[in-house]
Each structure stands twice: as structure tokens, then as C-alpha cells.
Write a protein that binds this ligand. Structure first.
Ligand code: GAF
Length: 389
């Protein structure tokens, strides 16, 4: 699949630009086992890069002209490096312009370039196709123009560009997972210090299965930013009661509960979710190390319920998908994944029951919503890389 993607993008670049590309880069999408909506709350997350990629064919120019072609959309965008960069109406272009602006702000010298790209990371499915584009592009320019950026710099540049050119005040999880991914490893990332450690992603008789609701609620951006504002407000208030507290991880559940009235129902539930979810990630890492998959799965269901009822970032269709497997003896854990308001659920399913499960849930989902479910049997893969120089 990876090879085919590379061949197709290479042939497409050659046809469009009348020359073979000098470099090929691959940048993966991500899953997250647990730790949702806590990256921007100084918590811990447990993501991994997956074997779905954005592939970039790239050549540098001698001049300052830049052309980027989105093969899958059959759209292109041309500009000059000396142009003032501003967000444009074509959303995919902003992933590139945002990164470029960050590099310009840092004073890096570059020439123009031609790029063609294509993706097997489904768009808007909560698998971070945007972070894969941002990080792949940053990684490519770093290599081609020898900018000397670290992997962490590339992830942070991707995140900043999402804030400034896309308008989502995201945390660092997606970009970090895309750049730092390692085959068969999940990453325990401390989003406060950016310290990280790899853990074996060996789920024994269980496989990772993503069920794509195909729902893309339009309020993802506004809903996401609203949640950020709500928890920032909540934390500011809690700091007044507990002056020793700096971040959510310094708070216990009991400390949040003690000020339930003062926080008000909505802010209280948001804060409660965050404090519980940070603890759940630590418990999940311990369960993973102990190979206690029943415990891990149970934590995933608890995360889902918190995201749905207290953080309110799920939606009817995703709740349906999680409920459809909740009492299935072959499913040990399930929850919505990513920003929410649609996208995928992530499931831990007995390997020999994966196909029958897909068949059953697809039928039920179709009957209920008249939507054809998509299922992805993902593997944990290596992060952003230079595939061919
Ligand atoms: C999106 C964001 F981009 C991440 O930073 C993270 O907050 C996630 O939603 C929720 O955990 O993917």
C-alpha cells in the first residue's frame, strides 16, 4: 500500500512538472489509545503513528516560485516565496502556508519548490491528516534546505501553524505522534514537559480496529476551541482556591469536587473529565505494561463516557458505535478518538472476531443512520520519514 502510494505520487509529479521528483517523504496519521483532550491541559497522552500516510514528492527550484498540487483533490496552488502569506479559502493550502510562515518567522533561507502530494489518511476522520501534512511538509523543507530543526521543532511548528492558519487551538499530540512514531510502539507523552517514552504496543490476542462514523460535524473547530476556553476558565478559578496548583495534573478529583457549586455545572464537568482522564492515562500505561487488557479496555470505555457526558465532544453516531460493541464479548475496549464531533471510534477486538464484528456493526449502523460504515485495521508504524532521496 505504501509502495503503491509512492509510485502513484512519483508518476503524478513527473507528469505534472515534467521531471522526476528529487525526494519522497512519508508522514503518517495517528491513533490515540487513551488521553483525549488532555494534551492542551498539560496531561499525558498515549498515541501512535499508523500505517496510513501522506506522501510528498518534492523538488527544490533555483528561483522563488512554489507550486503545490493536491493529487487527490486535483487542485493546485502557486505562489512566490516573497509573497506575504495569509490564510486562503482552500483549507488544505493553509496547512502548507502556516508551516512556511513559521519558517519565514524564524528567518530561514529557502528557495522555491514543486510538490505533489496524496494521502491514504482519511480526511476529517480524526486520524490527524492535517498534522501529517504539516509535519511532512516541515520535515521535507528541513531536510531539503538543511534547516537544522529537531523533530520536536517540526512538531511545534506544525502545531503553531494549525493555530495561526487553520484556526484550531490544538495541543501537541497529533504532530508529536506523526513525527516521533515508532513501529509497534505507543508513545507516552508528557504534554507539559514534552518528555516521552515508548511502550510496546503488543495487545496479544487483540487487534486495533477503527470504525469511521463518516460523520464530520461542522462545529469541530468552534466546539474544540470552546472546550479550551472552558477548561482555561475552570483552571483559573481552581487556582484561586488552590494557590499551589499550576496545572490540572496538580489537582485531585476530590479537590475539583470540593468546588462543584462554585465552578457551575458545565465548567465543573469539564474539569472533572480532565482530572480523571489524566489519571486514566497513567493507569492505562500500568495496565499495558502488566498486559492487563481487561483493565485497559475498561479505562477506554470510561474515557468514552467522560467525553460523551462530561466533556460533551462525542455525537449520537459515535455513541451508537461504542454502545454497539459495549456488551460484545469479543470487544475489550472502545471509545471515540481525537477531537470528536464525529470521526472514528477506536476498538480493541479479539483478532479472530474482527471481520464478523465489522459485518454486524456495519449492518446496524446502516439501518440506523443509512451510512456505510468504514473500518480500518491499522498497524502501528514509523513516524515522518525521508523515503527516497
Ligand atoms: C485533536 C487535536 F488536534 C489534538 O491536539 C487533541 O487535543 C485531540 O483533538 C483530542 O485529544 O486531534
Amino acid at each position: 500500500m505504501k509502495k503503491k502510494l509512492v509510485e502513484q505520487v512519483t508518476a503524478y509529479f513527473t507528469e505534472q512538472f515534467k521531471n522526476a521528483p528529487d525526494h519522497i517523504f512519508l508522514s503518517p496519521g495517528r491513533i490515540n489509545i487513551i488521553g483525549e483532550h488532555v494534551d492542551y491541559n498539560d496531561g499525558f497522552v498515549l498515541p501512535a503513528a499508523i500505517n496510513k500516510y501522506v506522501c510528498f514528492a518534492v523538488s527544490a527550484n533555483a528561483d522563488t516560485k512554489c507550486t503545490i498540487i493536491a493529487k487527490d483533490l486535483n487542485e493546485f496552488y502557486s505562489f512566490d516565496l516573497t509573497d506575504e502569506l495569509k490564510p486562503v479559502d482552500l483549507m488544505w493550502v493553509n496547512f502548507f502556508l502556516g508551516v512556511l510562515q513559521q519558517l519565514k518567522d524564524r528567518g530561514f533561507a529557502m528557495t522555491g519548490f514543486n510538490i505533489a502530494f496524496s494521502s491514504t489518511v482519511p480526511m476529517g476522520a480524526g486520524l490527524s491528516s492535517s498534522a501529517a501534512v504539516e509535519c511532512g511538509f516541515g520535515y521535507a523543507l528541513n531536510k531539503i534546505f538543511s534547516l537544522g530543526l529537531s523533530k520536536q521543532d517540526i512538531a511545534l511548528i506544525g502545531q503553531k501553524s494549525e493555530h495561526t492558519f487553520v484556526g484550531v487551538n490544538c495541543g501537541i499530540m497529533d504532530q508529536f505522534a506523526s513525527v516521533f512514531g515508532k513501529k509497534n510502539k505507543v508513545i507516552k507523552l508528557d504534554c507539559n514537559t514534552l518528555e516521552y517514552e515508548y511502550h510496546n504496543a503488543d495487545f496479544k490476542e487483540y487487534a486495533l480496529l477503527l470504525l469511521d462514523s463518516k460523520v464530520k460535524h461542522t462545529h469541530l473547530t468552534s466546539g474544540y476551541n470552546d472546550r479550551r476556553n472552558e477548561v482555561e476558565k475552570g483552571l483559573a478559578q481552581l487556582k484561586q482556591y488552590y494557590p499551589e496548583v499550576n496545572t490540572f495534573r496538580d489537582l485531585s478529583e476530590a479537590q475539583v469536587v470540593a468546588y462543584k457549586e462554585e465552578l457551575g455545572d458545565v465548567i465543573f464537568r469539564r474539569c472533572l473529565f480532565v482530572v480523571r482522564e489524566i489519571q486514566r492515562v497513567l493507569d492505562a500505561v500500568a495496565a499495558l505494561q502488566a498486559k492487563d487488557f481487561t483493565k485497559l479496555g475498561d479505562l477506554m470505555f470510561k474515557t468514552h463516557d467522560g467525553l460523551s457526558k462530561n466533556y460533551e465532544v462525542s455525537c449520537e453516531e459515535i455513541d451508537f458505535l461504542v454502545d454497539a460493541v459495549r456488551n460484545d464479548e469479543n470487544v475489550i475496549g472502545s471509545r471515540m478518538m481525537g477531537g470528536g464531533f464525529g470521526g472514528c471510534s477506536i476498538n480493541l477486538v479479539k483478532k479472530d472476531a474482527v471481520n464478523s464484528l465489522i459485518e454486524r456493526v456495519s449492518k446496524e449502523y446502516k439501518e440506523k443512520y443509512n451510512i456505510s460504515l468504514k473500518a480500518y485495521k491499522v498497524k502501528i508504524a514509523k513516524g515522518t520519514t525521508l523515503y527516497k532521496a
